[in-house]
Design a protein around this ligand. Structure first.
Ligand code: SAM
Length: 188
């Protein structure tokens, strides 16, 4: 990120990459072309507003086209963000996006999140798996007291049961037309 770039400008450049690169690669649905900002970028960045204390590190598990990890990393340049993505085409898109947007706080892990040895303050899971499966992956990656932010809603296992014995909070969706509540689970 150049010193002159505002966060908004960088988010807008990411929107252009989604439109011109991710959609042709099939990483984001073509039907979302005219609603990328609200459906994907604002939906990702809203996690920043629900987290009270600043976190030093986060891992986006199953980042796909960089959602939610890239918008969060743009909004929180002091947070180190690892984008974990096991599919090669997607990881290559992420590498390209990190380079084009010049995001020094972002690292791409091309492989399964379960192979990451580092531990994080936060994990993010959007359209990844059921809450129980997402928690199983995140619990191993979190530091004690660390939190998983799970996007409940379309394609993310909404209605599935939450893991038993895990402290859970729910934060509603800040007036967005898309996306369900954010569910926050804490590792004890
Ligand atoms: C449906 S996509 C969602 C992508 C993105 N989070 C979003 O909201 O658009 C789920 C992604 O998770 C990736 N994935 C699933 N399990 C994974 C794992 N254990 N480690 C890394 N990536 C994983 C898949 O390859 C896929 O790209």
């Amino acid at each position: 990120v150049q010193p002159t770039d505002s966060l908004l400008e960088v988010l807008e450049r990411f929107e252009v990459l989604l439109l011109e690169r991710a959609i042709p690669l099939g990483l984001v649905s073509k039907t979302d072309s005219d609603r990328l900002w609200e459906r994907h970028i604002l939906d990702s960045v809203r996690a920043v507003g629900v987290l009270d204390a600043p976190a030093a590190s986060g891992c986006d598990i199953g980042s796909g086209a960089g959602l939610p990890g890239i918008p969060i990393a743009i909004a929180r340049p002091s947070m180190k963000v690892v984008l974990a993505e096991r599919r090669r085409t997607r990881a290559a898109f992420l590498e390209m996006a990190v380079e084009e947007l010049r995001l020094p706080n972002v690292i791409v892990h091309a492989g399964s999140a379960s192979a990451i040895e580092e531990r994080f303050d936060l994990c993010f899971a959007r359209a990844l798996a059921s809450p129980v499966a997402a928690w199983t992956l995140a619990a191993d990656l979190l530091l004690p007291g660390g939190r998983l932010v799970l996007w409940s809603g379309i394609d993310s296992g909404a209605g599935d049961e939450l893991p038993i014995g895990v402290p859970v909070e729910s934060r509603s969706n800040a007036g967005l037309a898309h996306g369900g509540a954010l569910v926050i689970m804490t590792k004890q």
